[in-house]
Design a protein around this ligand. Structure first.
Ligand SMILES: Cc1cc2nc3c(=O)[nH]c(=O)nc-3n(C[C@H](O)[C@H](O)[C@H](O)COP(=O)(O)OP(=O)(O)OC[C@H]3O[C@@H](n4cnc5c(N)ncnc54)[C@H](O)[C@@H]3O)c2cc1C
Length: 420
């Protein structure tokens, strides 16, 4: 079974009563019927990447619907569309329904901005497409998280044109050199660069020299839709020889993720103090992903994902560690919380916005998960969805009035304070 975060692979982690590896919509229908009549919770898993394990762990009796076999990809070149099964690639079921982004975000927006149809099995066991589910539900599953509304079987995507040649690069600078200055300037420039260029900043702690000395090293990881000749005239100042195409980092072991949105540049002195705190924690690194471009052109209510114009960048905090002990889990999770607290003055507030795909149960969660309190749901809902939360609650109330599809951070129904 795919468990990406070892935090949820301990002897005390609750185990499912069954894992149903569905092969078609019919299997999903039968599972829903069976789970309903036995009053058992369903967890839906595609890629299994959920940061808090919500797709494969529950604190009440549960079964897992695993869509790994729904992995077909049917491309229609003439129509320039593709039907993609929810178990395809890294996990289209969760990644897309949470508002998944990639390096093309500044050019084309998010995955959800390019979805034109979907099939889903709802709480009544009906298999629906866009037409039969209606625009409200179709809106909700594009960024509101699929697992509150049904089991998504597949998505229809609009294919996009990219240049035949793409240039990628990774440039590393230590903070002891000029990295702080470059990061400060990056905040001002990266969200305004041409949409063809995406440069992510990734600070992490590295050892230097023979001893135990540690410094923060910042990687500038870029993708440009075009050739290197077109890229270099842009005012970046990166020497050609430092442009590298390196393999991805290995899969994490234990991890805790959190997220923030930044709306005004973080002052240079504050950046210096952020590096100092990173050195204390040693294992926490960040990804700063620039917004702007197409992201700023799409209205916040167009999909449930509300973080559009006005954001300079999204921060992902990722604390990865390898020690195998409950004490290590507690220590590292506590450090992540302390770091998040420290960042408070520099990030969005009221609400302090968060990205659903970087699931964080610290911002509010229902325990046990078969009791959904709307006042708790509002704490995480306002952070993930802002004004769109209330519309999500309305859609949920309409399509799943018995609150069958639920988890610790699901969308609640409106009428009840709690549901058991
Ligand atoms: C190594 C790594 C890299 C990542 N990179 C990115 C990135 O570049 N951009 C980005 O946006 N995010 C990224 N993420 C976050 C990732 O998109 C989210 O964790 C996302 O929820 C993963 O979806 P999944 O299907 O793989 O996960 P799962 O754990 O299977 O599911 C996540 C959530 O979606 C629900 N769900 C899954 N399948 C379905 C379905 N068929 N129907 C209804 N609900 C469903 C689950 O129940 C759960 O609530 C990354 C995560 C990891 C671990």
């Amino acid at each position: 079974m795919k468990i990406r975060n070892k935090k949820f692979k301990t002897p005390t982690t609750p185990k499912p009563q069954a894992i149903i590896t569905v092969k078609d919509g019919n299997h999903v229908q039968t599972t829903i019927k069976c789970a309903k009549s036995n009053n058992i919770q369903i967890r839906i898993r595609s890629g299994g990447h959920d940061y808090e394990g919500f797709s494969y762990v529950s604190d009440v009796p549960f079964v897992i619907v695993d869509t790994l076999h729904l992995n077909s990809v049917d491309v229609n070149l003439q129509e320039e569309t593709a039907w993609v099964g929810s178990g395809a690639t890294l996990g289209a079921g969760g990644h897309f329904s949470g508002g998944g982004y990639g390096n093309l975000m500044r050019k084309f927006g998010l995955s959800i901005d390019n979805i034109i149809d979907a099939t889903i099995v709802d709480a009544n066991g009906n298999i629906l497409d866009r037409k039969s589910m209606g625009e409200d539900l179709f809106w909700a599953i594009r960024g509101g998280g699929g697992a509150s509304f049904g089991v998504i079987l597949s998505w229809k995507l609009k294919l996009l044109h990219v240049t035949p040649q793409v240039t990628v690069f990774k440039v590393k600078r230590n903070v002891s050199d000029d990295a702080t200055d470059v990061v400060y300037k990056w905040q001002l420039i990266a969200p305004k660069l041409p949409n063809d260029l995406f440069i992510r900043v990734q600070p992490n702690v590295v050892k230097i020299g023979q001893g135990d000395k540690k410094v923060v090293q910042v990687s500038f990881i870029g993708q440009f839709l075009g050739t290197i000749e077109r890229l270099l005239p842009l005012p970046i100042g990166t020497p050609l020889e430092s442009m590298l195409n390196e393999p991805n980092d290995p899969q994490p072991n234990y991890f805790k993720g959190k997220s923030d949105y930044v709306k005004k540049p973080i002052p240079k002195e504050a950046i210096e103090s952020i590096w100092k705190l990173m050195i204390v924690g040693e294992t926490l690194y960040m990804q700063w992903n620039p917004y702007g471009g197409r992201m700023g052109e799409i209205a916040p209510s167009e999909t449930p994902f509300p973080h559009r114009a006005g954001n300079l960048f999204l921060i992902q905090y990722l604390n990865n560690w390898i020690e195998d002990s409950p004490e290590a889990i507690e220590r590292h999770v506590n450090f992540s919380r302390l770091f998040y607290e420290f960042m408070t003055p520099y990030v969005s507030n009221n609400p302090r916005e968060a990205f659903l795909n970087y699931r964080d149960s610290d911002i509010g969660a229902n325990h046990p998960s078969n009791v959904t309190k709307i006042e708790i749901a509002r704490t995480y809902g306002n952070k993930y969805f802002k004004e769109n939360f209330e519309r999500l609650v309305s859609v949920k109330t309409k399509v799943d009035p018995e609150n069958f599809f639920r988890h610790e951070q699901s969308i609640p129904i409106r009428s009840c304070k709690s549901q058991i």
